[in-house]
Design a protein around this ligand. Sequence first.
Ligand code: GDP
Length: 364
Amino acid sequence: GLRCGIVGLPNVGKSTLFNALSNAKAEAANYPFCTIEPNVGVVTVPDERLQVLESLVNPEKVLPTVIEFVDIAGLVKGASKGEGLGNKFLGNIREVDAIIHVVRCFKDDNVVHVDGKVNPVSDKEIIDTELQIKDLESIDKKIQRFLKVAKSGDKEARKALEMLEKFKTHLENGNNARSLEASKEEWEVVKDLCLLTAKPVIYLANVEEGSILNGNEHSEALKEGVKHEDAEVLLICAAIESQIATLEDEEEKAMFLQEYGLDESGLNKLIKASYRLLNLITYFTAGVKEVRAWTIRNGWKAPQAAGVIHTDFERGFIRAEVIGYEDYKEYKSEAAVKDAGKMSIEGKEYVVNDGDIMHFRFNV
Ligand code: GDP
């Protein structure tokens, strides 16, 4: 599944947000593949197409797809050098697919700011610097390894060194790896390092209740400060999210959101943004036992998509029976879709579409 790491300085609202997310958590029992640790929250991805399929298929159960949020606590200035607990947690970032960077943009004199005043851009840079230092360490280690080989005149090693130096210089200049314009070949050289600053990022500007619709001067400053990064900045109010999380039914939630002039929760906005950021899509399997959503990358072919269900499905892939979501909705049953000639039999080269209802045939 998809894993997002939540980072940010202390007192910016990470725990408040994380607790709200965890409250919205998926029923863990349904997701045995997720290892539930205290700093991991598993959240279901809302998808109205699942309800439509449920009403048509009437299955025993419905399983939405999930996103895991990992709370990466303890990042402070100097974390990479062992300040606070940060160093211990920095490693956790290596395993995530995307980074959610929470930045304090709310005004509240009762909440102490680690640096004395609210300054989203410098806050963000403090965290960036720690991650960059960590990345420089990884790159330096690799450079040392290649240096030995390069000395003996190995051409490949020399070329790799050049590429590594390019990343090194970029990071030393205070940039994140993700902003480097590097070739495919160059990215390949650093791939095994899982660079922290190469991971895609979403900024969450945590504003006070009154600024949730239009933001405030701090969230504007943040937007301005990350303009060159081509990253999304989402307004969120952790305080609102934690209240929503305590509400039981959907109608109550909708009414609560309406009072703030919102049409969806920050959590939902965040989930959608993560899908966009990582270029993810959803396909479905629909049987009487279970209707289920699965997350894959846009562009994946049928066998790879089958592999998220089970590696055997990928290895033994024969073919897939595919129904487009709109066709399923229109004809209302698999049999009716078939009769209308709208079900297609696809092979290994088929590129899965968002919303496809897939049935895989495979050899074990
Ligand atoms: P963390 O250290 O980043 O995990 O921050 P916390 O979630 O513990 O929040 C630090 C303090 O800021 C707590 O007292 C929160 O109640 C408060 N806080 C968090 N989000 C908001 C918010 O949106 N508005 C206001 N006014 N206070 C908030």
